[in-house]
Design a protein around this ligand. Sequence first.
Ligand code: ADP
Ligand code: MG
Length: 359
Amino acid sequence: MTSSEKKYNIIGYELVLLIAILTGIGLWQTRNSTPQLIAHERNPVGIMGTSCRIIAVDDGSSRIDVENVLIKAEKKIRNIEALMSVHLDNSEVSIFNRSESGSIPLSLDTRQVLFHSLMMHRSSEGAFDITCRPIIELWKKASKQGRIPHESEIQLAKESSNWSMIEIINANSNVKKLSDIVEIDLGGIAKGHAIDKALNTIWNAGLKGGLVDVGGDIRCWGESPDGLWKVDIRNPFDNGVCAQLELTDLAVCTSGNYNRYFEIDGVRYSHIIDPRTGMPADSVPSVTVIGQITAFADAWATALSVLGKDGLSLEPFGNYEAIIITGSADNCKVYMTEKCSDYLVSDFPDGWEVTIIHR
Ligand code: ADP
Ligand code: MG
């Protein structure tokens, strides 16, 4: 080999080495310039009588004050609770319930929830009914006295539970009480509305993703640091987890008779009332509804607890999906709408019979 060939080879090796180093640096820079997603979490206590988790996802590249966004989202939930809780004397709902008939001044949030409740009452053929507070109160009072309400008491309470005693045209106009006795309970929809409002706060801030969870009802949006958001479905028979969902840009709400109930003579009765009979709706241990808007998913979960699987074929339920768990731990039947399979990433426990409902 001549000296010029040797030189050429050495330059060749150096060139290859240089290219390799530059490629390495390039790859390293590319990897490091892909922003890592970071989840910021806040777990405020004492909200709506249950647990709460607010998550906002950021990639660290923006100047957004994420902690402040989380505080704002929490405030939104507390505001809705202050307006709509029947347990707070000064809430708008309590004032509405105490007021005599006439036009009642209400915030836009409360008017919206009342209007959505009216839509839900119609869509669910009366199964979702916020005017059933007198029946709920009757069962609460009777359970404290350790007795089942008398048939005549149930009839009387049913007579005071009636949408025709409230006039509401749309969310922008005043709400009128047409009778002194009508009372409302927004326990089946206010939580969902609060979740929607809190999630909007995160979304409006221009972050990458977020999730709001109040007592197991959630709405998620965008990305989590691990991709899709994971949501567990509780096993109503043993408090464990019976399935897991992976999804995004959706609300998931569950109603069940295992968490909150009246106990009379050692027997548990659901806190959800069938407004048509005035009796607790006890035939469905758990209903999970998946859909776009949390307020409606929340209300549909309550409505389907009353209606059971027949409710799945109601036309207005068309844009929502549901998983209904019926029966008992050793004879469990699951009914779920077809699209739920797209979100499920685990099987139900062995022995559970799963029926897919095609609509
Ligand atoms: P949870 O609050 O445990 O998530 P739900 O979302 O199903 O349960 O709401 C149940 C609450 O809704 C009850 O505690 C009561 O305040 C109210 N409620 C009960 N029965 C009905 C009904 N048929 N329609 C509308 N609201 C109801
Ligand atoms: Mg609900």
